[in-house]
Design a protein around this ligand. Structure first.
Ligand code: HPA
Length: 277
């Protein structure tokens, strides 16, 4: 058997030995949504290190566990802490949790993250609905022998962030009177932030926000036939766009400042997406 698939199935069996919960929506919590767990009616939690063979996240502030439960009655599995490529894991490990959540039953993947705004129309604290992505600067998670059990060798990527989900998110933000930007997310390796010239390059390529996650997860989910949507919290403007240097502290401070609004938006989007399922 393909070793990547074998590892995935080992993790799946390890989870299913402990938990039989059937989520409908999978949610990945980025910076700023770290305490979103408090808004979930929790049925069970599972630390990543309790799952045999699971890649364990090392980033400061990322707790590293699955939360199973309900958001206003909608069954969800929620990743509190993701696995990043810059931690040194191969891309197949980075997307293992995404694939696992699909196997557990989730049909929709709701991605969130923190990112740097590249578009001069954006301000720190804005939310950006992801309409498409660029991930050519990191390896595709689909490199290697194709896992036919999950999806096809050459999957179409013309409609990753589903238009109908985009419309629901757009309308939800409007109803909640939350300003919502839209744009293209570019995934870079990190962990260093970009140079001013790299920021300029990304903008020329057509990106509106830069980050270190998300796109690979979206590709793996799309490969498996999940419906994907995503919202990015613009925690800062890209390096060189303002005078001051950029720090992880600034990223965290902005994310924390708008966390309540972000949580409200995500919660109502989940409700509205579920209603349309
Ligand atoms: N660049 C990349 N990743 C990020 C940034 C950024 O400016 N801000 C938050 N995550």
């Amino acid at each position: 058997m393909n070793p990547v698939y074998e590892k995935l199935m080992r993790c799946y069996n390890s989870v299913r030995e402990k938990i039989d919960f059937q989520p409908e929506i999978a949610l990945v919590l980025g910076s700023g949504l770290g305490d979103y767990g408090e808004t979930i009616d929790v049925v069970a939690t599972l630390d990543y290190n309790e799952i045999e063979g699971f890649p364990v996240s090392t980033v400061d502030g990322h707790k590293g566990r699955f939360i199973f439960g309900y958001v206003k009655g909608v069954s969800v599995v929620c990743m509190q802490g993701r696995v990043h490529y810059y931690e040194g894991y191969p891309m197949t490990d980075v997307v293992l949790p995404t694939r696992l959540m699909k196997l557990l039953g989730a049909k929709v993947l709701f991605l969130t993250n923190a990112s740097g705004g590249l578009n001069y129309e954006f301000s720190a604290g804005d939310f950006m609905m992801i309409t498409d992505h660029i991930m050519n600067f990191v390896p595709s998670p689909l490199i290697g022998q194709n896992i036919d059990e999950l999806g096809t060798r050459f999957p179409d990527m013309s409609d990753i962030y589903k238009k109908d989900l985009q419309e629901i998110i757009r309308k939800t933000a409007k109803d909640l009177q939350i300003k919502l930007q839209e744009g293209v997310y570019i995934q870079l390796t990190g962990p260093n932030f970009e140079t001013p010239t790299e920021v300029k390059m990304c903008r020329i390529l057509g990106a509106d926000a830069a980050g270190m996650s998300t796109a690979a997860e979206a590709v793996a989910a799309n490969h498996m036939g999940m419906k994907v949507c995503g919202i990015s919290c613009i925690t800062n403007l890209g390096c060189g766009m303002l005078e001051q240097p950029l720090s992880h502290i600034e990223v965290k401070e902005t994310a924390d400042r708008v966390a309540d609004e972000f949580k409200a938006l995500v919660t109502q989007c989940i409700v509205n997406i579920h209603q349309a399922m």
